[in-house]
Write a protein of this length. Structure first.
Length: 439
């Protein structure tokens, strides 16, 4: 049986995005590849950097989706189906577009795919493939080793994915992860995580950055600490997404630095306590963001700020306040998006009821387009303020303001790489590409 696993690219300004390398490849494909029978011929395709051979004969083609790349998945699915393949889709995009998915794929998976794959294989062989499979929150203990050997050599960039947990117990109003996994948080055995990390290092080498793909690596800070304790002495660098609470824990910050932390990506979202409370992220509203950022830097743990703009309290002055906040607190890197009412989330449903949605088309949800009616801007005004803010943030003067701090010498290599990353980010902004597309 011939199998293809596909990570689609996405369209931006009408152009299919292609890159020489991906910043990091999603772990989903090698993870799922480990669940197929040994007699299957398995091929992994990363559409951002490869040509996907739709003309080739496959029995089954699986797609993983996130955001607007589901549009490209529709297109590729049709081409594969025309050549006789059955197609299956899963991922974060599915909950908001279940009916569209049913129209464009032979089968739709809601939730995790690992335990579903053996059922799909069996049903396919018996010619009884179902239209819909659901497996939202299965156990993630005893996961087999990802098939890193199947990742094409031209794909990996400088960042390699590993995984410790899935889901998040927080109920942030805008979050697709909370919607898909119903706020259920699951951990893997620490020894299993460590074995997988060692295998990734064996395959890809120590000079890469290892990225924990967990939605919130510090949901259980004691669990995260156990993993980092085993990593001390590995001589690798790692990064992860975390919530602000971890920054008040001195022991965690010491261990993060000692184990090779390159960067913690913190979802600050907004500086408005009111908006944090209204968007069910009130647990973060009580913290002094600036104080905790400066504290983390004093331990040699660089912080990247993840932010959104377009909240109802935002005005043109919000952008000036954000820039000042990032400069005064010496934040080495910030990734900012316009607020997005992702289909399937409570925010999307609320604004739909209020008549504030401008579009529900999947191609509009690329992280840049304004898909709702802002309160204090027209959509075009919000977009222009957003781009002007990024141009100013990544100006040479602002970059130097954010790095002129003695704390950079506490983790000089990490801060220096982040310093250089700002200049790549400036090129991305000048082309008005999605933030984070540093490939």
């Amino acid at each position: 049986m011939k199998i293809a696993l596909v990570d689609p690219s996405f369209y931006h300004q009408g152009k299919l995005m292609k890159f020489k390398r991906v910043g990091y490849f999603p772990l989903t494909l090698p993870r799922l590849a480990a669940y197929f029978p040994k007699n299957c011929e398995i091929n992994l395709y990363y559409d951002k950097v490869q040509s996907v051979p739709v003309e080739k004969k496959f029995d089954l083609v699986f797609f993983t989706t996130m955001g607007s790349n589901i549009v490209r998945a529709f297109e590729l699915s049709a081409a594969f189906q025309k050549n006789g393949a059955k197609t299956v889709v899963g991922g974060y995009s599915v909950p908001g577009y279940i009916e569209l998915c049913k129209q464009n794929f032979d089968s739709v998976v809601l939730g995790d795919g690992e335990e579903v794959i053996p059922r799909i294989i069996e049903d396919f062989l018996l010619n009884r493939l179902e239209k819909f499979y659901e497996n939202r929150v299965p156990s993630i203990s005893s996961l087999p080793m990802p098939r890193f050997d199947l990742v094409p050599s031209e794909v990996p960039g400088n960042v390699i994915p590993v995984e410790a947990s899935r889901g998040c117990p927080n109920k942030c109003f805008f979050c697709a992860i909370s919607n898909l996994y119903r706020r259920v948080y699951r951990q893997r055995d620490v020894d299993e995580v460590f074995r997988e990390l060692n295998e990734a290092v064996r395959v890809f080498g120590r000079r890469r950055l290892y990225y924990f793909t967990d939605p919130n690596f510090t949901t259980d800070i004691n669990y995260a600490g156990k993993i980092l304790t085993k990593m001390v002495g590995m001589n690798i660098s790692w990064l992860a997404s975390a919530d602000v609470k971890c920054l008040e824990d001195d022991e965690f910050l010491k261990l993060a630095k000692k184990s090779g932390c390159f960067n913690l990506q913190i979802g600050f979202e907004t500086l408005s306590e009111k908006e944090l409370n209204q968007f069910d992220k009130g647990f973060a509203a009580k913290y002094d963001y600036g104080k905790l950022i400066r504290k983390a830097h004093s331990f040699g743990v660089p912080i990247s700020a993840l932010l959104m703009v377009g909240f109802d309290s935002d005005t043109p002055s919000t952008f000036l306040r954000l820039k000042h906040f990032l400069e005064i607190n010496k934040v080495p890197l910030a990734v900012t998006h316009p607020l997005g009412p992702i289909p399937g989330t409570p925010l999307h449903d609320k604004w739909k009821t209020e008549g504030r949605l401008l579009s529900t088309e999947p191609e509009k949800f690329d992280g840049l387009q304004i898909c709702f009616k802002p309160k204090n801007f027209t959509p075009d005004e919000l977009s222009e303020n957003y781009w002007r803010f990024n141009e100013r943030l990544f100006s040479t003067a602002s970059i130097f303001r954010r790095f002129l701090s003695p704390h950079v010498f506490r983790n000089f290599r990490a801060f220096f790489i982040l310093f250089l990353t700002n200049f790549f980010a400036r090129q991305v902004v000048s082309k008005r590409l999605p933030p984070g597309m540093y490939e």
